[in-house]
Design a protein around this ligand. Sequence first.
Ligand code: ANZ
Ligand code: ZN
Length: 814
Amino acid sequence: MTDSKYEPAKIEAKWQALWDKERTFKVEETKKDKIYVLDMFPYPSAQGLHVGHVEGYTATDIYCRYLRMKGIAVLHPMGWDAFGLPAENYAIKTGTHPQKLTWQNIDNYRRQLKSLGFSYDWSREINTADPAYYKWTQWLFLQLYEKGLAYQKTAPVNWCSSCQTVLANEQVINGECERCHNQVEQRQMKQWFFKITEYADELLKDLDKLDWPANIVEMQKNWIGKSTGAEVEFKIKKQKLKIKIFTTRLDTIFGATYLVLAPEHKLIQQLRNKINNWPEVEKYIKESQKRTELERKAEIKEKTGVRLKGLVAINPANQEEMPIFIADYVLTSYGTGAIMAVPAHDERDFEFAKKFGLPIKYVVTPAKVSVSQSKTGVHWLSNQGVFEEDGVLYGCEEFNGLSSSDARHKIAKKLGAKLTTKYRLRDWLISRQRYWGAPIPIIYCETCGIIPVPVKDLPVLLPEDVDFKPTGESPLVKSQSFHQVKCPKCGLPAHRENDTMDTFVDSSWYFLRYCDPQNNQEAFNPKKVASWCPVNFYVGGAEHAVMHLLYARFFTKVLADLGYIKFREPFLKLRNQGLILGEDGQKMSKSRGNVINPDEIVEQYGADTLRLYEMFMGPLEDSKPWNTSSIIGVRRFLEKVWRLATDLITEQQTNNKAEEANLAYWSAYTTKKVTTDIESFNFNTAISILMEFSNVILTTAGAEKVKAIKNLLILLYPFAPHLTSELWEKLGERGYIWQQVWPAWQEESLIKENVKIIVQVNGKVRDTIDCSLGMDQAAVERIAKQSIKVAKFLTGKILKVIYVKDRLINFVVE
Ligand code: ANZ
Ligand code: ZN
């Protein structure tokens, strides 16, 4: 039959055109049950779609197609995270305007996504670099500004002299720029910040409410980095000034043998003429300014520092005198910028003390050492290095024998120390000295000061007359049309803020805009957002574990406090797709030459094969290598389904009761398994069962066969929508396949005729048990173990279980 050849290129184009034309996946406001399933939107790079995108996007597509057949209204949108450095870097290299390149890349991405048959509601497409979108990003900035959550501050920033830009801490990898690997330096600059720290506690607490992967929750917790400790004041001998330190280990204060200040600490300048070795100190301060915070925190780095000669501090716990140092392992931005150093119980202090020959005094022992022994001053640890854990105090006067946690409270009380909570989280630096981003809507006037751009004047458009060559200032400075404006308040000449916003600002609220993408009166209509949000299910790469997800959570909380939305968490459930590695098991990269281009796979095997293959590779969250021979196997499976259905049209029908019963069982079993697997995102096992089911159908005949094939097509539809749509039509069924109702199964159909299974222990027959046909190993094992005749031989450890389906089970016992 000429018709019976499976030609994906032809049928895939046909169905994609139809979905486009009929707007099949457009979703309207409705009273039906609603679910919002969101993909992390891509940055439209010049390389085009990656097979890793295809993985996550296929997973959500399967889920959405399934939900729609269950009668649920699904919001499943797509858009572009279109601002960013790569387009600008390309512009610098070639002179092409970033917009031109970005728009081209977007067209390519859209074409690719459509060629994979993803069921997005394309009427909701958004683009963060479109003025119709970034107008509202700017509006959001103004909301934060008015709430006092956006502020300007001079701060040391990470500066890459090659990219000529400020980098976020996260973009500095081992002291190098993540893009060009240039050494990053510190520079003082006036920058805009968002006060995310105001929400630190809530951002931490609410993590417990989320259905997110445990490792992502853990990473967010560490990033926020809450610690409770105490602030203690140390007197400086013969001076009025005191040094305030922050410690989480007040229990070790009797072991503090020196103090350390951050090189930038204010006190140093105030005490300047009391310091005998000022030139040496000043030199050290200058040098440490060149180092980035990350470098300074690096544990591998040898500790450096300088003693402040002429100054001595007094330990308030035991009145002992202690020297004072400055060292760059103490950071200005954390705690009070000063520490008491306890070398016996802190690794960094230990290294420093060894290098500078400072005393190391042990005051905490592991609980297992008896207190009487420790009271004798046995330095059980002196040759073991540092002991960093909590334990029992000794050598601490009236606090001897107390546990660390008891001691912390008692010592705090005695010293009148203030208990405080500190967070590692810093405010979010959003200024970028870049062109290809949303301009910060601020005007500087000599008489009026900082003036926010009035909402009616938004958007502040990016000008066209710019030179992209970086100079250290934003390229916007040189655009006369942009830079010079009239002050909105007094009308005198003023100038605009020339920096643009971090692209993470754009992506912190995009999920809201999808609910109301064309609104030109407001960022979104609160009612529309309320009807879809929060996002029920969010899928994307684990690389967004911290920044994007934390910033979006922050924005959500701010918008809730401003009264625009009623929920405080944006993404209720999150799943990450694992990395798809190259065939060589390495990360895909251009330089390794192991990149798989989805376009080529679609051309060679078809979109349905690619979708199915990526889902069949293994559990979604695992990282897994590409394998071309398995993709061929998947393609053969689809060909088999094609033959099954097309042959059926001509096949002679016969009736066989036993076979029919078996097929009915398999239909119910497969329906149940595929349904529960889709619900739990276990797509690989759903596909396995579909493959088994197709084999069972292949070897049977009869009236049930028609039913079984139709059921197979429906169950396979979310995975391979083109092939199944085509076959459904060929079978002459009424309506499109996606208009069918997702099948239910009857538990009764899952009970099959009984079989007798032989149970052996170490090869010896011990019993026979009744099971139903086709039962899985776990169930058979359970029944076998219930037999007394078997159980008495299973006292040893079970090393292995051999199961021959429907026949025999053998326990290999120690
Ligand atoms: C004395 C001490 C003894 C400490 C000991 C630790 C162990 P977390 O838990 O991360 O909050 N510290 C405080 N401020 C610092 C700064 N600005 N730069 C570098 N280190 C600083 O860490 C708190 C601990 O880090 C504090 O407790 C302090 O050292 C140090 F056996 O004080 B600790
Ligand atoms: Zn003015």
